[in-house]
Design a protein around this ligand. Structure first.
Ligand code: ASP
Ligand code: MG
Length: 417
């Protein structure tokens, strides 16, 4: 069987959804599970709406809801020649639900992460309702599935952790029989629910991860992610206009690229497919015949360097005040401190008496530093970038000159500037 994931850009309007249906038809000789993101930029819009409500801006949030409603109605009107009313009736309850939640935020003047998840999850519920109805309208045997009934998570709202045992059982019991009967299953990316059935989300851009969860649990032959780019490029095309498309990439290369900031697929996507050795194809929905990028256990025969930049970094240079060795015990204390404060560590380097840490800048607060200052001297360089070159060549070393920190590991080069 195949798992296919369609991102927001691929379902942003009626024509795009027709195109998605065509792609699905082309692959329908295999049993299919389809994961769909919210249309266009709707998740951002829903976020905005919720923030307005949180700030007590009732008018602005209701106006936003109006816009979101209009956007989806327009898609339905453009997409369905007949039967549009029935689809409008199906999506209507979601808008009423959002309206109720907004009123709750305004009244209680509180906006906990749990409420955030209840609101933003509506994007995927809406898009999949429309896509599934369209597939049915063109004669496909298609079933809409509520991912919240399958993907079970803990209660870490906004970035919930999957409870694999329950999720796997649900998917095997509820999805496998459908697929066996030849039904195309359509479900939402990004969302799940707790064991008490409270809606959760898996973190922004999490739909790729959802597809990987399904691929793992269903032992998919292949997973496909359909995007508006030709595949994975070896550099950000906004920075390097002549970036080259990579045909083949190993799981490890893909993990390194996504972890270090390449925004091609969600970083959590690779592990579930690696565990089952399921190849992942990144394909372009604008040109089905383009081969895309294949992520599997095989790397390119002739690997080319890939350039990844992680922005928003801070470099911490830490020494003990009394010139003690930077030994395991001291490091353990520092790492515990990072862990408790939720500071994400991206690269480390140690020497006899010092430790250098390249971390995400956001959580590095004054309080975080102050606590270290009890025992350590801390120098902090703000607003630096972490550059990664996979399959680096000799000439790339030139770029690392003068960097605050440089590291080489096998075919990887890291430097902070
Ligand atoms: N719609 C969600 C987001 O924009 C999830 C996704 O698209 O992957 O973050
Ligand atoms: Mg998206």
């Amino acid at each position: 069987m195949l798992v296919m994931k369609f991102g927001g850009a691929s379902v942003k309007d009626a024509d795009s959804i027709r195109n998605v249906a065509e792609i699905i038809s082309q692959f329908a000789q295999d049993p299919l599970l389809i994961v769909v993101s919210a249309s266009g930029k709707i998740t951002n819009e829903l976020e905005q709406l919720a923030f307005y409500a949180k700030d007590g801006k009732e008018k602005a949030s209701l106006q936003k809801l109006e816009e979101i409603q209009h956007f989806h109605k327009q898609i339905v009107e453009d997409l369905f020649e007949t039967g549009g009313e029935a689809v409008l009736a199906k999506i209507e309850p979601f808008f009423r639900k959002i309206d109720r939640i907004v009123n709750g935020i305004l009244m209680l003047e509180e906006f906990p992460p749990r409420t955030y998840d209840r609101i933003v999850s509506c994007g995927e519920l809406l898009s999949t309702t429309i896509v599934a109805a369209y597939l049915q309208s063109i004669g496909k045997d298609c079933h809409w599935i509520d991912a919240r009934k399958l993907i079970k998570t803990d209660a870490s709202y906004k970035r919930a952790n999957v409870i694999w045992s329950l999720t796997e059982l649900n998917i095997r019991e509820q999805v496998s029989p459908l697929l066996k009967a030849g039904t195309i299953a359509v479900t939402q990316g990004f969302i799940g629910s707790t064991t008490e059935d409270h809606t959760t989300t898996l973190g922004r851009e999490g739909s790729d991860y959802t597809a990987a969860i399904f691929a793992n649990c269903l032992d998919a032959r292949e997973m496909m992610v359909w995007k508006d780019v030709r595949g994975i490029l070896n550099a950000d095309p906004r920075v390097v206009p002549d970036a080259i498309k990579i045909d083949k990439m190993s799981y490890e290369e893909a993990v390194e690229m996504t972890f270090y900031g390449a925004q091609v697929i969600h970083p959590k996507t690779i592990k579930p497919i690696f565990q089952k050795q399921i190849p992942l194809l990144v394909k372009c929905f604008l040109d089905v015949n383009e081969v895309g990028t294949r992520i599997s256990d095989k790397t390119n025969d002739d690997p080319i360097p890939s350039y990844i930049t992680k922005h928003g970094q801070a470099l911490l240079h830490i020494k003990h005040k009394d010139f003690s060795f930077m030994d395991e015990k001291l490091m353990q204390g520092i790492f515990n401190h990072l862990y408790k404060a939720g500071v994400k560590l991206n690269l480390i380097q140690n020497s006899a008496v010092s430790l250098m840490l390249c971390v995400d800048e956001g959580p590095v607060t004054q309080d975080f530093i102050s606590r270290l200052l009890d025992s350590f001297e801390v120098e902090k360089k703000e607003n630096v970038k972490l550059f990664t070159v996979l399959n680096y060549e000799f000439s790339n070393l030139e770029k690392a000159r003068g960097a605050l920190m440089v590291q080489q590991e096998g075919n990887k080069l890291f430097y902070v500037k």
